[in-house]
Design a protein around this ligand. Structure first.
Ligand code: NAI
Length: 506
């Protein structure tokens, strides 16, 4: 057991770039002595000055007192050489993302710091264990993974590998809390929690685009408005840049030995090759003029043409909110047991496409449209099948559209847009829990704080109902015969047992 918690901490930060500066700033604000080292001549001092200027801005805005500013600034020292890090209790590196360079740095540090000093890496894509294995005392090596911009992204993943001692993560948790951040524990696996859990949103959206189900502005609108994501997936890809996102997608996919759940998209690779990287190249999925995204307006709403709408008695019973909506919108209902010759046949697929449901119910595909019954309140998604007549499509579009709750019309898709994207996110979150990479609670904390999703994947699954998510995935799997959609055992068992997805194993 290490007794370093009894002595005041001194944090060494190696690499005083974007991340190192952020880490040094919040540590100094949290009352921790910091020693900043950068191998670029003058780099340490430049960083110290930049941090003090940043703290000065916070003080000017009244976010910290002058006394706190002075105290935090005094806690920041520049280390002229690596040897100056000798008194540190923890050293975190935020240098170039290169395994050999990081291993070499830790080997050098081992000759300088005490045996009890923790050596932590801020790597986001390398194996903490591969870095640790180069060390004599690999038991004190862990990941301390912050997100950019560090002072605003209040989450840090604390990564233990098979060689890491238990006290090391405990100590880093304590330090993260002193820095005002929320720590989550994860085991050393590709992407840890946040970058692993984040695969679903982007890859499933790219798949939807690749299948020509809907154009990207429509997919963005649907996921923002119906499912409450802060940014649409294509807006997010433009912000991060495909030069960053595409290699991460490929790396996680390959590190998990071509796990189909993480399969990247040839479309994204093509766009990367074309240099359509996003905001940084002024053109990605969207065009940017003077930093502003050029909006692509939603298609016009057709004129209202009141046809009557038939909904099966089973669907009306299973989804009373849809039956009620028809009344609220003043839509004429065909109440007969079977649809009349001129009625629109409305179906409510869960994980299925309109073609499959129309044929299963013996409906005329030309007059059948689908409505997503699970995402109705802020935006509605209507879905056609290849035979739906344009007149039926346009009539349904006009009937279901209101100023407050607009409609998106998409091509046939097993599970519309929201159902399949949300189910994919939930499934990946469940599998992170199943693999004991992190606790259910930490998975949800990491994803809400690290990715800004409206809920963590497990709470998102609970909101839809574990059984519903399982049904969506089973139907997607049936339709595509693609193991990408195989449900995680975590989801399957909890759905069968009627338990919350946040329930740990007993
Ligand atoms: P950066 O390029 O802004 O800063 C790196 C700094 O390290 C530079 O000042 C450079 O002079 C210095 N440096 C390079 N090799 C060194 C060495 N051997 N010894 C001492 N100093 C050295 O890079 P950034 O963005 O701060 O990233 C640093 C690390 O943090 C990388 O491992 C990266 O993967 C990780 N990371 C980055 C995130 C981001 O959003 N930028 C997010 C999470 C982790």
């Amino acid at each position: 057991m290490n007794d370093s918690s009894k002595t005041p901490d001194v944090l060494g930060v190696v690499g005083a770039g974007l991340m190192g500066r952020g880490i040094a700033q919040i540590a100094a604000q949290g009352g921790i002595e910091v020693k900043l080292y950068d191998n670029r001549p003058g780099g340490g001092e430049e960083a110290r000055e930049a941090i003090v200027a940043m703290l000065g801005k916070l003080a000017a805005k009244g976010k910290m007192t002058e006394a706190d500013l002075a105290a935090a600034s005094a806690r920041l020292q520049v280390a002229a050489t690596l040897n100056d890090l000798a008194p540190c209790t923890v050293v975190v590196e935020a240098i170039v993302e290169n395994l050999d360079v990081k291993r070499e740095l830790f080997t050098q540090l081992e000759a300088i710091v005490s045996e009890k000093c923790i050596l932590a890496t801020n790597t986001s894509s390398l194996s903490v264990t591969a870095i640790a294995a180069a060390c004599k005392h690999s038991n004190r090596v862990a990941g301390f993974h912050f997100f950019s911009p560090v002072p605003l992204m209040k989450i840090v993943e604390i990564i233990s590998g098979p060689l890491t001692d238990g006290w090391v993560a405990d100590k880093l948790i304590q330090m993260a809390k002193a820095m005002g951040h929320t720590p989550v524990r994860a085991s050393d696996t590709p992407g840890f929690i946040v970058n692993h859990a984040g695969r679903g949103y982007l890859t499933e959206s790219l798949r939807i685009l690749g299948e020509s189900i809907a154009p990207y502005p429509e997919v963005d609108r649907i996921l923002r408005q119906s499912a409450g994501f802060r940014m649409g997936p294509f807006e997010l890809l433009d912000l991060t840049g495909l030069d960053v996102s595409q290699p991460v997608m490929e790396s996680i996919y390959n590190q998990f030995y071509q796990e189909p759940r993480f399969r990247p998209s040839p479309l994204a690779r093509l766009r990367q090759a074309a240099g359509l990287l996003g905001r940084k190249t002024k053109r990605g999925f969207y065009v940017y003029t003077e930093g502003q995204k050029q909006e692509i307006p939603a298609p016009a709403v057709p004129a209202r043409n009141d046809m009557s709408v038939w909904l099966s008695a089973n669907d009306a019973k299973a989804f009373p909110a849809v039956a009620e909506l028809l009344g609220t919108l003043g839509i004429k209902r065909d109440q007969a047991e079977r649809p009349g010759d001129k009625s629109i046949c409305l179906v409510l697929p869960v994980g299925q496409d309109v073609t499959t449901v129309a044929l299963a119910q013996g409906l005329d595909p030309e007059r059948t449209v689908g409505l997503d019954p699970l995402f109705l309140n802020k935006q509605r998604t209507l879905m056609t099948n290849p035979k739906t007549s344009p007149a039926v499509r346009d009539a349904a579009h006009a009937m279901f559209h209101t100023e407050e709750v607009p409609v998106s019309v998409i091509h046939d898709s097993a599970g519309f847009v929201c159902q399949r994207v949300v189910a994919t996110i939930v499934n990946i979150g469940c599998d992170i829990a199943q693999q004991s990479i992190a606790t259910p609670e930490d998975i949800d904390k990491a994803v809400t704080l690290g990715l800004g999703y409206p809920k963590g994947p497990l709470a998102m699954g609970d909101a839809l109902g574990a059984a519903t998510v399982l049904k969506i995935l089973d139907n997607l799997f049936d339709f595509y015969r693609d193991p990408r959609y195989r449900p995680s055992p975590w989801l399957k068992r909890r759905a069968m047992l009627g338990m919350s997805l946040l329930t740990p194993d007993s």
